[in-house]
Ligand binder design. Structure first.
Ligand SMILES: [Zn+2]
Ligand SMILES: [Zn+2]
Length: 333
């Protein structure tokens, strides 16, 4: 590990100890309305569920396609373990799912992949560079058996069959950049309509959304398309949701669940449990999120203790899906 990463990990520990991270948002009017009785705090946990679709235009590695497939297969390894932990500790997760994962297979029509979907122009953002070719070039256009990193109806079924009452949310159909500056809304709308369609074919209604790569945009359209929440990432905040329009709720990220170099397993556990304790102490909403492609070390040596802690304090902090919490808020605020 390099010197810069060690410094960053140590600095982060110091900021945490001083209470500078996560930032505790000042009280808002009617603060008690945000917490269901008789609890003292709320915990939301969501997963950006995307398999190979997220990193295929990543700028952070030399071979993004290999990383994409590796992430997809790592997700397949982690999901059953995550689901069994959630069942054991009765913790529901909101799975913000890339729409393509609902498909068993796909094939080009007259040589064009997914011709019903309009394409983003070439663009670059903080994480990705899409500079040439067609947006769907990496789509193998085969099936679940041949390319299990690109299709996942089996995992969606496993999530729905679990004992814990998980929610299937939306993460666009093909993991597009959603910023207003990249697209006037045509791509965003078509991608979300397609997600509604493939979800409806499995009897599901989508109402919770997570913008890929934190590319928050098209909020009014999101609301009009039937969604009641999205997640934002403007620093680590232990606070309150913000209401947009008549009932589109913004849940502000508190902490990402991930394996950080320079931290021991024990420090990871200590830190996430302390965040939960701070949420209870200050009566705030704790928004945890993760990529299920994360290191199996996190799944094996951190996640069990964090979920166990949530279960141990379940009389004080309630774990809800995004849809359930948005429904609760809209009925009160
Ligand atoms: Zn496809
Ligand atoms: Zn994503």
């Amino acid at each position: 590990m390099n010197y810069k990463k060690i410094c960053k990990a140590q600095l982060s520990k110091l900021k945490f100890r001083l209470g500078l991270n996560p930032l505790i948002q000042p009280l808002v009017p009617n603060a008690d309305k945000y917490i269901p009785q008789p609890y003292k705090a709320v915990c939301l946990i969501s997963a950006d569920f995307e398999l190979a679709w997220a990193p295929r235009y990543s700028k952070s590695c030399a071979d993004p396609l290999q990383k994409a497939i590796r992430d997809g297969l790592q997700t397949r390894e982690n999901v059953p373990k995550i689901l069994s932990l959630c069942d054991k500790y009765n913790v529901p997760i909101t799975w913000a799912t890339v729409g393509h994962l609902f498909l068993d297979s796909c094939q080009p029509v007259n040589g064009v992949k997914h011709p019903d979907l309009p394409r983003l122009p070439h663009f670059e953002n903080k994480y990705w560079k899409f500079a040439q070719g067609d947006w769907f070039d990496y789509d193998p256009c085969t099936n679940l058996k041949t390319d299990p990193a690109w299709y996942a109806p089996d995992l969606i079924e496993n999530i729905l069959a679990a004992k814990a009452k998980h929610e299937i949310g939306c993460h666009t159909f093909s993991h597009v950049d959603c910023r207003d500056s990249v697209d006037e809304g045509e791509v965003f709308q078509a991608e979300l309509m397609k997600c509604h369609q493939v979800a409806a074919e499995r009897g599901l209604t989508l109402s919770s959304f997570v913008h890929p790569g934190h590319t928050v945009g098209h909020l009014e359209l999101l609301y009009k398309l039937g969604f009641s929440s999205f997640r934002s990432d403007y620093g680590d905040i232990l606070g309150y949701p913000a209401k947009h329009f008549q009932g589109l709720w913004e849940f502000k990220n508190t902490a990402g669940l991930e394996w950080r170099q320079g931290w021991s397993a024990a420090y990871h556990v200590y830190r996430y449990c302390a965040i939960i304790d701070r949420a209870i102490k200050h009566n705030r909403v704790c928004v945890l999120w993760f990529h299920p492609s994360f290191s199996s070390r996190f799944v094996d040596s951190v996640l069990p203790a964090v979920l166990q802690h949530l279960a141990a304090r379940s009389k004080e902090i309630t774990c809800l899906t995004h849809a359930d919490y948005a429904g609760f808020l809209s009925a009160r605020i």
